[in-house]
Design a protein around this ligand. Structure first.
Ligand code: 5BU
Length: 292
């Protein structure tokens, strides 16, 4: 099993949380404030670095380093939802270079395999060339819970986009199964998938599944920041309840606007955590190792 997968599975049980908050907000300092606010309730924090104004690129004191420090303090993994999709040469530059230097601070990234399997090999090479040490000094969120128990694996992980939540997307069954086949070739780097359901089908498969398009039914919600499950937003995003997703066997539910736009994001994250965790405890234990 990928070391970050076993780390994440331990975190899920420790924090009683299957929640990933997606920071779909457009200012870097507000993104960091959101990470602190929801930190206790989540196991993964998902970012879109390219939507943020005010990104500080300093590798030691900047936004990425601060986010990594907050992640160490509250015990969660950072997932940059970069959706790499180019040729191998280019994705290596996009992963390790530019303003964001994603590999320095994001434990997990994701990729489309539309360009073929070499995108995975290229990202793996870039991850392997990365030093393996997070260079974030004490920026006020220093590690408190940093016993050896929660020492972060020094490896980076990749999720493949096997299915999407947007209406009319082209990721059909054949594409999804090709994606799984590619993941099997690169087990030491690929942790799992963005998908709508678990995709493990062979005994040695231990891929995790993270699923966006997650929304509470309005009558259960603490406020009116959700979209209605079973319906779409104005741009084709489709929603399912956290309970349904967890009962299907998804490992992590990803929530963006339902939490970011809430009156009280930390209370809302805690509400989502509770609902998803209750479903997780109710569901029969799967063979994928989620109860090990
Ligand atoms: P929402 O506000 O909860 O709908 O936000 C969902 C987030 O998950 C958003 O950042 C999307 O970019 C991301 N997402 C998605 O919604 N659907 C997908 O298939 C993939 C990512 Br891949």
């Amino acid at each position: 099993m990928h070391p970050l997968t076993s780390y994440l599975r331990r975190l899920i049980r420790h924090k009683r949380s299957n929640l990933c908050v997606s920071a779909d907000i457009t200012n870097a300092d507000e993104m960091l404030a959101l990470a602190r606010a929801v930190g206790p309730s989540i196991v993964v924090f998902k970012t879109h670095a390219d939507i943020l104004s005010g990104w500080d690129p300093d590798p030691v004191h900047g936004t990425g380093a601060k986010l990594a420090a907050i992640a160490r303090k509250y015990l969660f993994l950072v997932f940059e939802d970069r959706k790499f999709a180019d040729i191998g040469f280019t994705v290596q530059l996009q992963y390790a270079g530019g303003v964001h230097r994603i590999v320095d601070w994001a434990h997990i990234v994701n990729a489309h395999v539309i360009s073929g399997p070499d995108v995975v090999r290229a990202l793996q090479e870039a991850a392997d060339s990365w030093g393996g040490e997070e260079i974030n000094e004490d920026v006020g969120d220093a590690q408190e819970s940093g016993s050896d128990t929660w020492k972060l694996p020094s490896k980076r992980g990749l999720l493949l986009l096997a299915q999407m939540t947007s209406a009319g997307n082209f990721l059909n069954e054949e594409y999804t199964s090709n994606c799984v086949a590619i993941a099997r070739q690169y087990r030491e780097f690929v942790m799992g998938f963005i998908a709508l359901k678990p995709l493990n089908s062979q005994p040695e498969d231990d891929f995790i599944v993270m699923t966006p398009g997650c929304s509470l039914p309005p009558e259960e919600s603490l406020d009116d920041s959700e979209f209605v499950p079973g319906s779409e937003d104005a741009l084709g995003q489709q929603y399912v309840t956290p309970k349904e997703l967890i009962l299907r066997g998804c490992d992590i539910v990803i929530v963006g606007r339902g939490i970011c736009n809430a009156t009280d994001p930390s209370a809302k994250a805690e509400q989502y955590r509770g609902v998803a965790w209750q479903a997780y405890e109710e569901r029969p234990k799967l063979e994928s190792g989620d109860d090990i």
